[in-house]
Design a protein around this ligand. Sequence first.
Ligand code: HEC
Length: 114
Amino acid sequence: MKKSISALFIAATLIFSAATVFAASGASLFNSEGCIACHTINGQGGSVGPNLTHAGSKRSLSWIKTQIKNPGAHFASGSSITINGKSYMAIMPSHKHISASKLNALATYLESLK
Ligand code: HEC
């Protein structure tokens, strides 16, 4: 009995650290994929696009994935839009060729920002 409880504990710890690493790689992709040039998270980044510090509080995982791959599905390219009371020109480039694993890591990271 004791043994299985400690095995469970170890398994839970492993899953938790794997989830942490996963989220961390999403954060680094935010830099390496160039998102930070236009978007700010926690006070760092550009302001061409909306601040994403709380991206996950209003957008779902699948919505964020679509936005990364094909922003035109949400906002007509070149149009003037309002997000959180601020206006933007919808010029986010589509990242059509991003790998599924990068897309997943990036979107999971953004969705975790509440
Ligand atoms: C050239 C500037 C630019 C780059 C680079 C860029 N974005 Fe954007 N992003 C925008 C703009 C402008 C918008 C407003 C909507 C649009 O243009 O589609 C936006 C919208 C978003 C939104 C929706 C925010 C909301 O609250 O509705 C998300 C999420 C997002 N971008 C994520 C990303 C990610 C992830 C990357 C990197 C893979 C990225 N963006 C790269 C400019 C950019």
